[in-house]
Design a protein around this ligand. Structure first.
Ligand code: MG
Ligand code: MG
Length: 263
């Protein structure tokens, strides 16, 4: 049985402070994710914004379980067929109009961690209609999960809420790679429990008031078959089709839940 931390009111206040900073940083970076900008430029900018806000980029030098070396960037940037954990500052990608770009960032502020991701189409959704549709479906699935989250909800209920939206979209046009998903968060960047992006109502562990979780739907356009690159981090789709990822850190409250990573 996994141990799921119940956070105090004081800790949750700090998480909200950090979450607001993370929202500001991510949305500043979003506005600067433009044609001819490189992923390395965005990484440098992310580092600068953290310093400006007295926060620490949580992924920089972090070594998750199973990883061969510490992560070298301040943010994960995954472009087009890169699904998650793209390294921004090695082999930088210069962005083009129509590229589908995920900015995924963890932040340490006053010793508490938050995690959030957004995906956008460079130049605007009209330059990549499939990519934009995937972003819209992933966002709707995240919102569907957030709408039903309250004490007593199980991790399987969250998974099914995400799956319902994704599978219901034009008969399940987009796919869910089941090995990737969300997690508890707060004292460290990844904690119990695993939050699946698929599942069955009534299954999984029960969430309580004071639990803090990151919910992060990740979709691929066609097949869910992925490879991990020799850099030890980047997951890519084998068929080179697109992937998107959206994420919020959320606290379970007395009557429902509250998004932490919001402005
Ligand atoms: Mg993340
Ligand atoms: Mg996460």
């Amino acid at each position: 049985m996994s141990k799921i931390i119940i956070y105090t009111k004081k800790e949750i206040e700090i998480l909200k402070e950090g979450g607001k900073i993370l929202y500001t940083i991510l949305h500043t970076l979003k506005d600067e994710t433009l044609e001819n900008v490189s992923t390395k430029d965005l990484d440098t900018r992310a580092r600068g914004l953290c310093i400006e806000h007295n926060a620490i980029p949580a992924f920089l030098n972090y070594t998750p379980g199973g990883a061969p070396r510490p992560f070298p960037g301040s943010i994960c940037i995954s472009v087009n067929h890169e699904v998650v954990h793209g390294i921004p500052n090695e082999k930088p990608r210069v962005l083009k109009k129509g590229d589908v770009v995920t900015l995924d960032m963890g932040l340490k502020f006053k010793d508490m961690f938050t995690d959030s991701a957004i995906t956008l189409v460079v130049g605007g959704g009209e330059y990549n209609k499939v990519g934009q549709e995937m972003i819209d479906v992933a966002t709707r699935s995240l919102n569907n999960a957030i709408d039903m989250l309250k004490p007593g909800v199980r991790t399987g209920d969250i998974g099914q809420a995400i799956e319902d939206v994704v599978r219901g979209n034009k008969g399940g046009k987009f796919k869910i790679p089941i090995i990737l998903g969300g997690h508890g968060i707060g004292h460290s960047i990844h904690e119990d429990p695993f939050i699946p992006n698929f599942g069955k109502r009534g299954e999984g562990v029960i969430l309580k008031e004071g639990n803090v979780i990151a919910i992060e739907p990740i979709l691929t356009e066609k097949s869910t078959a992925m490879n991990q690159l020799s850099d030890g981090y980047t997951f890519v789709t084998q068929d080179k089709s697109l992937a998107v990822h959206v994420e919020h850190t959320i606290v379970v409250t007395k009557d429902g839940c509250e998004i932490v990573t919001i402005g």
